[in-house]
Structures are given as C-alpha cells and as structure tokens.
Ligand binder design. Structure first.
Ligand code: ADP
Ligand code: GN1
Ligand code: MG
Length: 369
C-alpha cells in the first residue's frame, strides 16, 4: 500500500504529526498491520499501529470494535498507572469514533504502538512460556468482572470443535478445488478422533465448566515482552475477546509454545513436543489463574491437545476451500500448517500420561489438589 493511501486513512484519526514512515508489521494471519512513524514540526516522533480489520473474517467489524473498546476501557481503568504493564490504547477518529469505514468498504483502526517490547513467533525458553501464561491468565482475570451486557460473539462458533469438524466434512464433500484426495491421510486422522470433538462442550453444557470472557487467540506472538525483564507486559490482538472457555486460551498457548518447530514447518518429523515448555506454561497459568474450578484444571492437558487438533482442522478446511481465510505465502502452506498441528496433537497423545502428571505436579505446587 502506498504512503498516500495510508496518509488518507490516517487523516481520519486524531494522530499527532505527519507520516514519516509506514511499514507492514508483524506476522498475523488475519489483519493488515502497519507500524507508522509520524513527526511533528519540532521533530517529536510518534509511533502508531494502523490496522485494516479483515472484514471477510470479522463480518461485523463495528461489533469487534465495540467489544475492544469496552474491554480496553475496563482494563485501562483497572491497571491505572501501573508501570509494569502496557495496554493497548485506541486512537479515536476526529469524529470520536473507534474506527473508520472507507468509501471502499474497508475498516481501519489505530492504536498507539507499544514500543520497546519484543514478540516471538516461536519460543524455546520455558521462562518466556511461564510469563506468557501468566500474562494471558492475568488478562482473563482482568476481564472477569466486565459489567454486562455480554460481549458480541465476533466470530460465532469460533472454538466450537463440533462445528469446525462439520465444516471440514462439508468442505471435503464439496471439494471445490479437487484437493480432498491429496489430504486423505489428514482427513482420516480427524475422522479417527471425531468422538473427542464435543468433549469440552459437553462438560460446559453439563454445567461443569463455566463460560468466561476469554481472549481466544492466545498464540505466543499476541503477547508482548519486556526485552530486559522478559516479563509479559501486554496482550494484543483483541478481535476475538468474547465469551469462551478458559481452556481454549490455555490450549492455544500450549499449541504455540510446546512445539519445537514453526507453525508452517514443511517436515512433520521436525515437530516435537517440548514437555519442559508444557510444564512452564502450566505452572505459569496455574500460578495466576486462581479462578479455575477443579474441572478446568482436570482438562488442561486435554485442551492442550484439542487446540492443535482444532486449528489443524481449520487449516485443512481452508486448504480444501481454496485458501481464502488464513494469509498464505506459498501454495501449500495450509497443508504444512495442518500437518504440523496434527503431528503435535499426535505427540501429545503419546505423552498423555506425562502431561497429566505435569498438570498434577503444577497444581499441587500451588495448592490446587
Ligand atoms: P492479526 O490479527 O493479523 O494477528 P495482530 O493484532 O495480532 O493482527 O497484530 C499483528 C502483530 O503486530 C501482533 O502479533 C503484535 O506482535 C504486533 N502488534 C499489534 N498491535 C501492536 C501494538 N499496538 N503495539 C506493538 N505491536 C503490536
Ligand atoms: C489466526 O490473527 P492471528 O494470526 O493472531 C487466527 C487464530 C489461529 C491462528 C493460527 C481470528 O491468529 O484463530 O489460531 O491464526 N485468528 C483468527 O496461527 O481466526
Ligand atoms: Mg495476532
């Protein structure tokens, strides 16, 4: 995108100074993100995050923005001037709105850029995993007393595994790109495990696991770290903050921290489960998520398996549907992503007892059993 276009969009927002630089930023799969530097006449510089909300994914962008605004008002009021945490701050438009819709029908928002922090697509350091888990648990904690009304479901059935499975079967049946034969082994992998898709939802429906306000996209690169203290100082990507199960947040963080390979690793044999990382995530999460009920603690290891399984299903579905949802950078990236997730899930099946033992050990350490 050229600077003139960015200038035109930013012209709607109450930013300080004139654009000095605008660069694509981050490695998110959904939105278009830019880091923008502006400069005032006296040389003072400011940094902003400009984002185009992917409205093919988020069909009601205004609801996304209203959720985010409520969540941030609540969080910012609670954390106050606490210097240890950095929170997202929306920059309003000159008309005091939280986003703009251009005449072409595109939706844009601006945040203050959180500077001086690091984010990682892949981590191998258990101390970072521990901190990330504490960061997301802290986020859940902060959201626990958000006043009613209930937040909008910005993507209905987002982590509804039975629905994700049904959509996969539909995509395989329609097979609009003639790709189903090529991924027969992956489809088979899913079908062999279909009896597990409703497990957490059944416990939720029985009233054993509560609905909470959750982040729903807790991959490690949505946590920002202080490079010196290595503490998680901010949680970003709030588009999917909505009612959900805490276990989904825990599981997604395990998915992105316990895998020794990248998400798009082309050779599944390079995918291994790092149990030291699982232990660190579990310990960090239990350290801060004091609100968990016993059934949630019991299902931590299961949710660590469920998320790679479910997100693998989503990558596979997207491949069958022609790669229209996740950004891809080469033709079969969604197949690589899917195989990586399924290999990780398989490793977790093989390590099931060890993972349960780790959960019990961590729970005992914080007096939870
Ligand atoms: P996507 O939905 O496409 O993943 P994100 O909101 O996660 O978009 O943004 C992409 C990446 O940009 C994040 O993973 C994070 O590393 C970085 N990022 C997003 N917002 C900010 C911000 N306000 N300050 C600093 N970095 C940010
Ligand atoms: C997307 O937006 P990003 O890149 O943080 C996706 C997540 C997936 C993840 C897989 C709104 O996350 O659900 O788990 O890719 N976000 C949405 O890497 O679908
Ligand atoms: Mg993101």
């Amino acid at each position: 995108m050229d600077t003139r276009k960015i200038e035109e969009i930013l012209g709607n927002f109450a930013i300080k100074g004139k654009i000095a630089e605008a660069k694509p930023f981050g490695s998110g799969h959904i939105n278009d993100t830019f880091r923008v530097t502006t400069e005032e006449p006296d040389g003072t510089r400011h940094l902003y995050t400009l984002q185009r909300i992917n409205h093919a994914v988020f069909r009601k962008p205004q609801q996304v923005m209203d959720n985010i605004e409520r969540a941030l008002d609540h969080i910012n009021q609670k954390v106050g001037e606490n210097a240890d945490v950095k929170t997202l701050r929306l920059v309003r438009t000159r008309e005091k709105r939280n986003c703009v819709r251009t005449f072409e029908g595109k939706w844009w928002r601006v945040y203050d850029f959180i500077d001086g922090v690091e984010s990682y697509d892949n981590v191998r350091d258990p101390a970072v995993a521990f901190e990330a888990a504490r960061g997301f648990a802290h986020f859940q904690n902060l959201m626990a007393d958000l006043p009613l009304p209930r937040l909008h479901e910005t993507i209905p059935y987002f982590h509804h595994t039975p629905m994700r499975y049904a959509t996969l079967e539909e995509a395989a049946y329609l097979d609009i790109r003639n790709r189903a034969d090529e991924v027969a082994a992956e489809l088979d992998f899913v079908r062999q495990r279909r009896h597990l898709v409703a497990h957490l939802l059944n416990r939720y429906l029985k009233g054993q696991i509560p609905e909470r306000i959750t982040h729903n996209d807790t991959k490690i690169n949505n946590a920002l770290f202080d490079p010196e203290t290595k503490r998680c100082v901010a949680v970003v990507d709030l588009d999917t903050v909505m009612p959900g199960l805490a276990l989904y947040d825990f599981g997604d963080l395990c998915r992105t921290t316990c895998n020794t390979a990248d998400e798009s690793e082309p050779d599944p044999d390079n995918v291994h489960l790092d149990l030291a990382m699982f232990e660190a995530v579990t310990a960090g999460y239990l350290d801060t998520a004091k609100f968990l009920v016993p059934a949630e603690v019991q299902e931590l290891a299961f949710s660590a398996w469920l998320l790679p399984f479910m997100i693998g299903i989503r990558f596979l579905t997207d491949y069958l549907q022609g790669d229209t949802y996740f950004k891809t950078h080469y033709p079969k990236q969604n197949v690589d992503r899917c195989r990586t997730q399924f290999r990780l899930a398989l490793c977790m099946e093989e390590a099931r007892e060890e993972m349960q033992a780790i959960v019990q050990r961590c729970a005992r350490a914080v007096g939870r059993n």
